[in-house]
Design a protein. Sequence first.
Length: 92
Amino acid sequence: ALVKQKVSPIEYENCLSQLKYNPNASKSDIAFFYAPNMLLCNWITAKHGALLKEILSQNKVGMHLAHSVDVRIEVAPKIQVNAQSNINYKAV
């Protein structure tokens, strides 16, 4: 909610709202987020990384974060579906 107040509605909707927090990778001093692609990942890191770090360092409500929090944004992993090349069908 604080991020939404600090950026334009267009930037929030088009970019920042697409970030997904990764609680499994995050630690007390590092908050990991996933972005849907590398372009958005790099853009958010360059343009809003400092803002995210500042907000997370000051507002630790519901999170076990250290005084200073580093923000890492990665491209979200894609789900891979393994296709079998040899499928055996039995005639009945």
